[in-house]
Design a protein around this ligand. Structure first.
Ligand code: PBG
Length: 338
């Protein structure tokens, strides 16, 4: 028996997939997907006051901005080439009530920020969120009667909220409430008031997720939320249902779709994009952001690489763009050319 030297093994292989990975120039050459600054939407949080930034304990590196600070941040984001911002208010608890009526106040935080940013930085797109949770005393996205979030009366409020935002200058209305029929109702109301060019980016497949936890601290609905959102947000066990939801929103007039959360739902993102061919966005939600940040802060993973890897994963799965709290950091990194 000849001595076997495993280190002398030679294989006769016609195909060696590793050849194309041998150097960075070659990896770049065969790369299938690319992340660009054009893919980024930056969600920001708003708070009352002037010259104010407020840390959010569960979202290291994310702050709430007063309107004047938000304008400066919008300017910086536009300079970086970020196409659009998504605005979320932390409403004064004194202004929250059972029906979320502050959502209809033409001088609410979101409307003031929208007007100020559109005046000073008109080149950046403004996306406003349609849902009542930052405004309700119970933290739900709709109107609570007994223990039910009632659909149709909520849609009435959402339509009024959307109009209020469009009048303030919002470019894209983004209903995140998951009520039935709201996209069609909002589209009709916008058109009737001459806002036919205001786009609708529908949170079409939005799941009842634990990953929204830090966001609720950011907008202050963590203290108010009674129960959970499982009677209106989707069951994480469902996939075909997401296709029915997105088909309905498209029929009702949605211009763009959102799948949310992101990484745990890449399969949904891929199916939605493949089935609809519509502009499809994914929301890398607060909990996903915070997990990466927390692990990085503990030295458990390389935060920078985890951030970039999560974003290219969205592109690979078919996303046309990503709502991410990492947006400015990614934009700076892309600008540096790596
Ligand atoms: C509320 C809304 C939520 C998010 C965006 N809009 C939270 C929720 O549905 O409870 C979550 C975003 C995030 O976690 O980053 N309509």
């Amino acid at each position: 028996m000849p001595e076997l030297d495993p280190l002398a093994t030679k294989l006769d292989l016609a195909t060696r997939p590793r050849r194309n990975r041998k150097a960075e120039w070659s990896r770049r050459l065969v790369r299938e997907h690319e992340l660009s600054v054009n893919d980024l939407i930056w969600p920001i949080f708003l708070v009352e006051g002037a010259g104010k930034t407020e840390k959010i304990a569960s979202m290291p590196g994310v702050e709430r901005f007063s309107v004047d600070v938000a304008v400066r941040e919008a300017e910086a984001a536009a300079k970086l080439g970020i196409p659009a911002l998504a605005l979320f208010p932390n409403t004064d608890p004194a202004l929250r009530d059972a029906n979320g009526s502050e959502a209809l106040n033409e001088k609410n935080l979101v409307c003031r920020a929208t007007r100020a940013i559109k005046r000073e930085v008109p080149e950046i797109g403004i996306i406003t969120d349609v849902a009542l949770d930052p405004y309700t005393s119970h933290g739900h996205d709709g109107i609570l009667r007994g223990d039910e979030i009632v659909n149709d009366a909520t849609v009435g409020m959402l339509v009024a909220q959307a109009l209020n935002q469009a009048r303030a200058g919002a470019d894209i209305i983004a209903p995140s409430d998951m009520m039935d029929g709201r996209v069609g109702a909002i589209r009709a109301a916008l058109d009737a008031e001459g806002f036919e060019n205001v786009q609708i980016m529908a949170y079409a497949a939005k799941y009842a997720s634990a990953f929204y936890g830090p966001f609720r601290e950011a907008v202050g609905s963590n203290v108010t939320l009674a129960g959970d959102k499982r009677t209106y947000q989707m069951d994480p066990a469902n996939s075909d249902e997401a296709l029915r939801e997105v088909a309905l929103d498209l029929e009702e007039g949605a211009d763009m779709l959102i799948v949310k959360p992101g990484l745990p739902y890449l399969d949904i993102l891929a199916r939605v994009k493949e089935n609809t061919g519509a502009p499809t966005f994914v929301y890398q939600v607060s909990g996903e952001y915070s997990m990466i940040m927390a692990a990085a802060q503990n030295g458990w993973l390389d935060g920078e690489r985890a951030m970039m890897e999560s974003l290219i994963a969205f592109k690979r799965a078919g996303a046309d763009g990503v709502l991410t709290y990492f947006a400015p950091r990614v934009a700076k990194r892309l600008r540096e050319g790596f």
